[in-house]
Ligand binder design. Structure first.
Ligand code: CA
Ligand code: CA
Length: 629
């Protein structure tokens, strides 16, 4: 199977334009009267031999005499009796068209379908069997010595060839050169149609077969044209990168055979690369001016070495080897040589470069870079925060062919311009490495450089005429008398002096809380009353204030401590302080006899404040301080 992508077709050729004004048709005379007589006899004989002519004459739809005169005229013009078939074919085509157009002549077959008349169909034979056979049921039966579908080929003879298409030259730049058409005669549409190919090289002034012959497939194009399929061409311009040498041009001897036995003469096909080869039929190919032939591959002047752009074909210098590229512009570094940052910053900046020819480039530094600075070959320069503060070096940009640009670079560190511990951050949208920084301020500061203390009193946060004092990221309210709280929002109940004089007042969300009453006083802090020092004192206080003193528990002051005691206010004039009650013998011991159940004075159960008796007695202002029941 052939590759369907094959395009070695005629449409690759430029059209040939006839030069009409200079074209003059020449109609020849008969060379002799006998030649005219021969032609007339030949054409009559051809008409008689034609299986169709009698049938068509009967139908009356063709002019047999006109066909005869056209036949004679063709032979006169060409001088070749083979042209008799042209007039006969024309006549038969007219006859066929007329018969096939006249449905009334059609016959019904066994399937009931109308078909052209059998008498007509049986007389249709290719090329009138070349007058070398008879037509039977549409097939030629050839005379002895003639073969082929139209009996047009002499049996057991080789085809005769006279030319290859395009003069036997195939330029690999124009077409794939995988096919060549051979012109000739005695060509047979045979299953065994074969081409034979043998490589040739130009030696000792002529093309000589240099390889073995082998057969390739062929296709029948017409009775005068055969297409031969060729092995893959050795001229392959795009394989320079592969090992081994290439082939700029070579020859192929081509011959054809109808049946694979009798081969025609050989015709030479030259396949070549027109980039560096001048080839003409049958001569050696020569090197074109302005080209190079390197390792067997063709290159034009200025062409680059596919493996190394820095080399090119300079035919004026060397046509067989690469020359160093004539013109190579150096690249240039486009970035500024000053790179600046604050100490704390780290960044990667791309150094821009340009090569006029757009060839690959690489960046390098003129010296070893200190820790913290790095430069990649594609121009990415990284400088990290703990790198050097200042540094200077040359940066070199080298193109593929070694041409260079050198630029001095200085790296410098600037102080961070942010005040009050503001943090430097790169300014968004600004080029990196040019010292553009914004400040990220600590809370409480603002301004481009964080030098403005934000006024937190701006919103007048203090209520009730409190005075706001601005601090860093905060404020204090100095509250007027009567108000407390962060915002002076709470009324200060203590300002109304709700507590007993000398008792501490504590403002709370719920109101206020008073502290303990002073020593010698008893109460909740708001109200404190001075305690008597004995029941006797209490008796007289009550008596003096007109109160009725009854027996019961009262608070008295013992050594500055409020202490509950039982006072007998009725017996023997009243004002007796109960010291001991003993109802049982159990429970008493040496340890508790001085103070037994002293918090719960009672006359009904065991109780003792003997340990305090002396002090109560001393403080008692008058008599009857101790009663033991
Ligand atoms: Ca360059
Ligand atoms: Ca502030």
């Amino acid at each position: 199977m052939r590759d369907t992508g094959y395009h070695d077709e005629d449409d690759h050729d430029t059209n040939y334009n006839f030069d009409f004004p200079n074209f003059v048709a020449v109609i020849p005379d008969w060379p002799s009267p006998s030649a005219q007589q021969f032609a007339e006899n030949y054409c009559k004989q051809a008409l008689q031999n034609s299986s169709m002519s009698a049938f068509c004459a009967e139908q009356g739809n063709v002019d047999i005499f006109s066909t005869l005169s056209q036949c004679v005229e063709d032979i006169k013009l060409t001088g070749d009796p083979d042209w008799a078939s042209s007039a006969l074919n024309t006549m038969e085509q007219q006859c066929s068209s007329a018969v096939l157009a006249n449905v009334s002549m059609f016959e019904e077959n066994e399937n009931g379908t109308l078909t052209p008349p059998q008498a007509f169909v049986q007389k249709l034979c290719l090329n009138q069997c070349s007058f070398k056979g008879i037509c039977a049921d549409g097939e030629c039966i050839c005379n002895d010595g003639w073969i082929g579908k139209d009996c047009g080929v002499v049996a057991d003879t080789a085809p005769v060839v006279w030319d290859l298409k395009r003069g036997g030259l195939c330029d690999i730049r124009q077409r794939p050169c995988e096919k060549v058409n051979v012109f000739g005669k005695n060509l047979l549409k045979s299953e065994n149609l074969t081409c034979r190919v043998a490589e040739a090289s130009f030696q000792n002034g002529q093309w000589t077969k240099s390889g073995i012959s082998f057969q390739t497939s062929a296709s029948f194009e017409s009775f005068t044209e055969i297409a031969c399929y060729l092995p893959p061409p050795k001229v392959q311009p795009n394989r320079y990168h592969l090992p081994g040498d290439g082939t700029p041009s070579y020859g192929l001897y081509i011959s054809i055979s109808n049946e694979g036995v009798y081969f025609s003469d050989e015709l030479l096909l030259i396949i070549y690369d027109s980039v560096c080869q001048n080839c003409v039929e049958d001569s050696a190919c020569s090197l074109k001016d302005g080209s190079c032939l390197i390792r067997g591959y063709c290159f034009q002047d200025q062409d680059s070495n596919p493996d190394d752009w820095c080399q090119q074909c300079l035919s004026s210098t060397n046509t067989s080897e690469w020359s160093r590229r004539e013109v190579n512009q150096p690249p240039s570094i486009l970035s500024s040589g000053n790179i600046t940052k604050v100490q704390s910053d780290s960044f990667t900046v791309m150094i821009a470069g340009h090569d006029p020819e757009g060839r690959p480039m690489s960046f390098s530094a003129s010296q070893n870079l200190p820790h913290g600075l790095s430069l990649s070959p594609d121009g990415f320069l990284t400088w990290i925060s703990h790198g050097p503060d200042t540094f200077a070096m040359d940066i070199i940009l080298t193109d593929q062919c070694g041409a260079q640009d050198v630029q001095a670079f200085t790296f410098s560190t600037i102080p961070c311009p942010c005040n009050n511990n503001g943090v430097c951050v790169p300014s968004p949208g600004m080029p990196i490495g040019e010292g553009h920084y914004d400040c990220l301020c600590q809370p409480g500061f603002t301004g481009p450089r964080c030098d403005i203390n934000t006024n937190e009193c701006q919103s007048s946060p203090c209520q009730n005429n409190g005075t706001c004092i601005d601090l860093v990221n905060s404020f204090i309210c100095n509250c007027p008398v009567g108000f407390i709280g962060e915002y002076c929002a709470t009324f200060d109940e203590c300002s109304l002096n709700p507590c007993f004089p000398g008792v501490q007042c504590q403002s709370t969300n719920a109101g206020h809380a008073c502290g303990d009453c002073p020593p010698g006083y008893h109460g909740d802090g708001m109200t404190c009353t001075q305690l008597p020092s004995s029941c006797n004192n209490k008796y007289h206080q009550m008596k003096n204030s007109g109160e009725l003193a009854t027996d019961g528990i009262y608070m008295i002051d013992v050594d500055g401590q409020a202490t509950p005691v039982y006072c007998d206010m009725s017996r023997d004039g009243g004002g007796w302080t109960l010291i001991v009650t003993s109802k049982s013998m159990a429970g008493w011991d040496k340890g508790n006899v001085l103070s037994y159940n002293e918090g719960t004075p009672t006359t009904d159960a065991d109780y003792s404040i003997l340990g305090k008796a002396d002090r109560i007695k001393i403080s008692g202002a008058s008599t009857n301080v101790v009663q033991v029941m």
